[in-house]
Design a protein around this ligand. Structure first.
Ligand SMILES: NC(=O)c1ccc[n+]([C@@H]2O[C@H](COP(=O)([O-])OP(=O)(O)OC[C@H]3O[C@@H](n4cnc5c(N)ncnc54)[C@H](OP(=O)(O)O)[C@@H]3O)[C@@H](O)[C@H]2O)c1
Length: 249
């Protein structure tokens, strides 16, 4: 159970972030729900009400562009002000682009690294400064880190940077905080469909033992495990994809 715990979840209004928020609240954690796009205000408000009414936890909302340092500081300070402390911080922020490197613009490169890498740098930095002793940080990376494929050079490069910053932060912690990444396989959310065609989606399914895409519900229990029972593990990247890819030994 997460009774008495406080959790920050970024991108908590939809998809993986939303299901993680519900799962953590169900177990008794107070939650700060972060969302990015202003158009997500109403749905996040509805989610906060649901968590408060159904699970009797505190749920607050923070909206901001987390590639900005001020916003990231405010994210953590808002949670501390409301809950008194932060135990867990789970970072879903990301963007993906599938395009050959030779036709990618510098603007696309900058956006990719701002949204995946700069946000993660700031999140990791302020997590170390603001979390409680023995807290846990979980960063979302991708199973594409274990794939040799076309089209994802910037996404793989950016998530690879997230992995290494997270790993090194785990060695530097002054508070015995655990830092781990989780790398889902192709996951059944609009994030994936925006980049892929039907043919490739069908191929991805064939690569899983269960012949289907990763579901957000496959990933949520692993995030719970990382922060709770898996506390001896730090600096790791868990490939959770039912056989889609694996890192080399
Ligand atoms: N779906 C997949 O196939 C898959 C597979 C492996 C790993 N992942 C990773 O899993 C994580 C969650 O993905 P998902 O599929 O659940 O999609 P998602 O809900 O779209 O998650 C991405 C989140 O990042 C937010 N975001 C983008 N730019 C931001 C910024 N500047 N500041 C703050 N937030 C920002 C988005 O908000 P807005 O939409 O409002 O901008 C969105 O909430 C991502 O990190 C992704 O890379 C996804």
């Amino acid at each position: 159970m997460f009774n008495g715990k406080s959790t920050i979840i970024t991108g908590a209004n939809k998809n993986l972030g939303k299901q993680t928020a519900i799962a953590f609240a169900k177990e008794g954690s107070n939650i700060l729900l972060h969302y990015h796009s202003p158009s997500s205000a109403d749905e996040t408000e509805q989610l906060a009400k649901l968590l408060i009414n159904d699970y009797n936890v505190k749920a607050i909302i923070y909206s901001g562009d987390l590639s900005q340092e001020d916003a990231t500081i405010e994210l953590f300070e808002t949670a501390i002000k409301a809950f008194g402390k932060i135990d867990y911080a789970i970072n879903n922020v990301g963007m993906v682009l599938r395009k050959p490197l030779y036709s990618t613009s510098l603007d696309e490169y900058n956006k990719m690294f701002d949204i995946n890498v700069k946000t993660s740098f700031l999140f990791l930095k302020y997590a170390e400064l603001k979390l409680s002793e023995k807290g846990s940080v979980v960063m979302l990376t991708t199973s594409l880190l274990g794939a040799y494929t076309d089209g994802y050079s910037l996404y793989q490069g950016a998530k690879s940077a997230v992995y290494w910053m997270c790993k090194t932060a785990s060695k530097e912690t002054q508070k015995k905080i655990t830092y781990n990444c989780i790398s889902p396989g192709p996951m059944d959310t609009p994030f994936l469909y925006g980049q892929e065609n039907e043919h490739r989606i069908e191929f991805f399914k064939t690569q899983a033992v269960e012949q289907r895409l990763t579901a957000v519900e496959d990933i949520v229990p692993i995030i719970k495990f990382i922060v709770k029972d898996g506390k001896w593990m730090t600096g790791q990247n868990l490939y959770a994809n039912n056989g889609f890819t694996a890192p080399s030994a």
